[in-house]
Design a protein. Structure first.
Length: 311
């Protein structure tokens, strides 16, 4: 647990004004989840992902997604080597502990879908041969807003559902932006500050610790009521799935563990609800005209009774 606090402090030093986002990324790493970072270009998504990965001793790979990136670039390929007259296996970018899928929505749907198996089952199938991915395995994907329509391909619902969190990176406030200007004037020296603080074994220990965080029956009912409320809302065409319900449980356990507790509270569930759920909701046409997913989630959260009496 000590190393976890050191990693958090180190990342907050490297990445200005992103304390909450860093917490969510640490929770995702602890719970073997994936994170989708969304913001306009130049808001520091890639830097945050690289600083995060650099704080761990595991293998990190970055793949810049463009329309000409092929599925084999992601998962790997079997090729004929003329030197030894044999077919050889060349693993792709997924053979890493942390994979940065940069600007994922610039790749074609065919290439995007090559990540589905890896994100869900922690394995990759290449020409019929299934390879287990290194543990832990985490995808940090970045994307520019689809609304910009600058050669982007929207991620399908099946792909979005595999991300534990979707984090919108907004603009920093005045003081934070001034700190960014001052810190990054000397780009090279600042990047040298990234240090590997935690190991793969540390992450495994954190995961084991988070799995032991208790979830009261009332909390389970609270989460299930939230999930079912999204399915019954008239403005929502596609509500939260059973995978989303499990994601809420795991994320809440990760939040409790990050705070040094061995039990989940209703506030943990409320804290992680939006980044877990917002990208999984599909609104009706009428719903999109009058509300956004964030507003709907707040409305649903306020309408579902919280089991505060248990605490």
């Amino acid at each position: 647990m000590g190393n976890l606090k050191q990693v958090k402090e180190h990342l907050n030093h490297l990445v200005v004004g992103r304390e909450k986002e860093i917490d969510f990324m640490l929770i995702a790493l602890i719970q073997q989840g994936h994170v989708l970072l969304e913001s306009v270009p130049g808001s520091g998504k890639t830097w945050m992902a690289k600083a995060f990965a650099g704080s761990f001793s595991g293998l990190f790979r970055r793949l810049q997604f463009t329309p000409d990136v092929l599925p084999s670039d992601v998962t790997g390929i079997r090729f004929f080597n003329p030197k030894n007259q044999e077919f050889e296996l060349r693993p792709g970018a997924v053979m890493a502990n942390i994979l940065l899928a940069d600007e994922i929505n610039r790749a074609t749907p065919r290439t995007q879908s090559s990540l589905l198996e890896s994100m869900e089952e922690k394995q990759a199938t290449i020409d019929g041969e299934t390879l287990q991915l290194p543990q832990p395995f985490m995808v940090i994907a970045t994307q520019n807003p689809v609304e910009s329509q600058q050669g982007t391909f929207p991620l399908p619902a099946a792909q979005l559902d595999r991300f534990l969190f979707r984090l919108e990176i907004g603009y920093p406030d005045y003081d934070e932006e001034m700190s960014i200007i001052r810190n990054f004037r000397d780009n090279v020296s600042h990047k040298k500050e990234i240090m590997s603080i935690a190991s793969v074994d540390d992450v495994a220990a954190w995961s084991n610790g988070a799995s032991e965080v208790s979830v009261h029956e009332d909390i389970e009912k609270y989460i299930l009521n939230l999930v079912r409320a999204t399915r019954e809302h008239p403005s929502i065409e596609l509500g939260l799935s059973s995978r989303a319900a499990l994601a809420l449980v795991h994320a809440a356990q990760g939040k409790a563990y990050l705070d040094g507790r061995d039990f989940v509270t209703p506030d943990d569930v409320k804290y992680i609800l939006e980044p877990v759920a917002v990208h999984r909701l599909l609104l009706t046409v009428e719903g999109m005209l009058v509300q956004d997913p964030e507003t709907l989630l707040k409305e649903i959260s306020s309408s579902v009774a919280s089991p505060v009496e248990a605490y």
